[in-house]
Design a protein around this ligand. Structure first.
Ligand code: PRX
Length: 631
């Protein structure tokens, strides 16, 4: 299968075609896959409900496309090189043939546990090959997977299990992370005590910690022993759900973004091959965790659909030292490397002595994802990792878009540091002003929206279609609203500025400020809180929390601050712990009781005097007190 555009002229032609004849454009791409029954209607859509359907009437199973289809030529080709956390331990490999067998065995095991088409399965796993097996086994039998990043707390896990009413949880006893071992089983035990829908928990023995198994638990290795190595792939409709992935928004609890089988398949393979210009025999490495959309689309689905060989890495960039990424690149002769700006910034800080010992000459394309990449990090990456030979593909996209939307295509496209670049063929971005008018190419910041559907656009938010409509399709009539602000230069290149809503992006991880405030407010000392983002050298954005505490400010501030921090870890996970917590006796509010976040954001950014119009403040002395004690 070759979906690759191979010159910038071809890009332009493809782009033209994709806007003038979108259906014909996507039909040609979709035709390269194996369909059990060909689709009848390529696209029907309207953004008001919203209601988007791609390849309607088509029947397929995505695992036939990423496993069975490849077997005649790739049974012995490595699908994944697995690199353990500890460099002194041996890695593992799995071929397409072996992966097919393992997926079939687990599929049969899951069926034996009563899991079938349409059932929701929650996955809370480490970065090991079995996690890919688990994902694909769900897809093979038509179960809908909902992966929860293994850094989330038991409460966050329980919330997600309950929202999806998952029947089964797949997990491991624990995971290795840098110098530590993390216990996952206890987290799951705590979570499922609050989750009546869960009937079974399948546990992978990953760190040999010998946990006690409860009534609902079954070992992964016992479940797959004696299972047949063949399992028929369930027939799925193109628009049947493939997975749910929870992500944060500006209001309320995280929402379950829904992706469907046909469109997601087509778009992830297409975007993978074009953005990374992956060629036969290359080795691709995406450093994301499978718990995030980047892992779903560019560790699992995109590469496997394309018959690629990838690296999957258990560890972290700085263990045992900050040369680890580069050592792994050398070891597997990685050709395309894909990571996040936060990792680049932290490794940049460690110095070149961690880069120089390694041979990075096999690299052809280096990518960035998750947040805007600042000029300094871009230049460092381009110069020291790409040796000024590799294009940096700055890939803009979202959980909701399923795949990369705006990016360079390998070395085909012109580059401009800090600019994500051009939309992929098939993607029609626009910038809108406050009134919803389209802005021309004049470098003015606007709201980034999409005016036409692409195959992997989210279809709904699980169990709450109204919410999907309100969040994404109601701000501007007839457009999908991304939540990002962006500019477009005179050449048509996009530069993403960042979120324009109350979502903060910490090390490329998305959190709603309201979600963190809710977690803080569960703390016994907290009466009220306001959370804002502020620029952070490594993380992109840091989390600054202003918390009003019971009985006013006290002497034992440190203990209270620590306890607030623990509340956030318990409710969401350590990844959402505020970098700064300032106890305050009141928040700046308008006379109508609305928190003036603009002022708090400025204080968090270091501003101490210039706050613009503050005439609507109910009590200006609150601001003075906050400034006096600002962190
Ligand atoms: O603000 C944008 C930022 O990350 C958000 C999407 O987050 P999430 O759904 O977690 O997906 C992250 C991985 C795709 C976007 O709304 N973002 C993502 N990539 C970029 C980016 N901001 C600037 N440049 C990027 N390349």
């Amino acid at each position: 299968m070759n979906l690759r555009i191979s010159s910038f002229d071809e890009y332009k032609t493809a782009y033209e075609k994709s806007t003038h004849e979108p259906e014909a454009f996507w039909e040609e791409i979709a035709d390269t896959f194996t369909w059990q029954t060909k689709w009848k209607n390529t696209l029907s859509w309207e953004f008001n409900t919203p209601n988007v359907k791609w390849f309607e009437g088509g029947k397929l199973n995505i695992t036939e496309n990423l496993l069975d289809r490849h077997l005649p030529e790739r049974a012995d080709q490595v699908a994944f090189h697995w690199e353990p956390n500890n460099p002194n331990e041996a890695g593992k490999q799995i071929t397409y043939g072996e992966l097919h067998e393992e997926v079939c065995k687990l599929s049969n095991g899951l069926k034996e546990l009563g899991v079938g088409k349409g059932d929701r399965v929650c996955i809370y796993m480490p970065m090991v090959i079995e996690s890919v097996v688990v994902i694909l086994a769900c897809a093979r039998i038509g179960a809908i997977h909902s992966i929860v990043f293994a850094g989330f707390s038991s409460q966050a896990l329980a919330d997600r299990i309950n929202d999806a009413e998952a029947k089964l949880v797949l997990t491991a006893d624990g995971l290795n992370r840098g110098g530590k071992k993390v216990d996952l089983k206890t987290m799951v035990d705590e979570a499922i005590s609050k989750c009546p829908s869960v009937q079974h928990v399948v546990v992978l023995d990953c760190i040999n910690s010998n946990p006690t198994l409860n009534e609902k638990d079954i070992w992964y290795h016992e479940l797959i022993s004696n299972q047949s190595e063949f399992c028929i792939a369930e027939e799925m409709d193109s628009e049947d759900l493939l997975f749910i992935l929870y992500t944060s928004g500006s209001t309320g609890k995280p929402k379950g973004v829904v992706h469907t089988c046909g469109g997601y398949m087509v778009y992830t393979a297409y975007s993978f091959q074009n953005v990374f210009q992956y060629q036969e025999g290359d080795v691709f490495w995406c450093t994301a965790d499978i718990g995030w959309i980047t892992g779903h689309s560019y560790i699992v689905y995109g590469p496997l659909l394309s018959g690629a060989t990838s690296v999957i890495f258990e560890g972290i960039p700085t263990f045992p030292d900050p040369g680890r990424f580069w050592q792994v690149c050398e070891k597997y002769k990685v050709n395309q490397f894909y990571t996040a700006p936060t990792a680049i910034r932290s490794l940049m800080g460690a110095g070149l002595e961690y880069v120089q010992p390694y041979d990075l000459s096999k690299l052809k394309v280096i990518g960035s994802v998750g947040e805007p990449i600042n000029e300094e990090a871009w230049q460092w990456y381009y110069k020291n990792i790409g040796n000024e030979k590799c294009p940096v593909v700055d890939t803009w996209w979202q959980t909701e878009t399923g795949g990369i939307m705006i990016s360079g295509l390998g070395d085909l496209s012109p580059m401009n540091p800090t600019h994500a670049g051009y939309p992929l063929p098939g993607i029609q971005p626009v910038l809108l002003d406050n009134e919803g008018n389209e802005i021309g190419d004049n470098e003015v910041e606007g709201y980034l929206c999409m005016k036409f559907p692409w195959p992997s656009i989210l279809r709904t938010t699980y169990g709450d279609h109204e919410r999907c409509k309100n969040v994404y399709f109601s701000n501007y009539d007839g457009y999908y609203f991304t939540g990002d602000g962006a500019k477009r230069d005179k050449n048509g290149m996009y530069r993403i500025i960042g979120r324009v809503d109350d979502v903060i992006n910490v090390s490329g991880h998305r959190f709603g400020t309201a979600e963190i405030e809710d977690a803080i407010n569960t703390n016994e000392y907290a009466i009220e809180s306001a959370v804002v983002g502020y620029p952070h050298d490594i993380k992109g954005q840091g989390i600054y929390a202003f918390v009003v505490v019971d009985g006013g400010l006290k002497d034992d501030d440190e203990a209270i601050i620590e306890s607030i921090s623990v509340s956030v870890s318990q409710m969401i996970g350590k990844i959402a712990k505020p970098d700064k917590i300032q106890l305050v006796s009141g928040l700046p509010k308008t006379r109508s009781g609305k928190i003036m976040r603009r002022i708090l954001r400025k204080i968090a950014e270091g501003e101490r005097t210039n706050f613009g119009d503050t005439s609507t403040l109910l009590d200006p002395s609150v601001v003075e007190e906050i400034i006096d004690r600002a962190l």
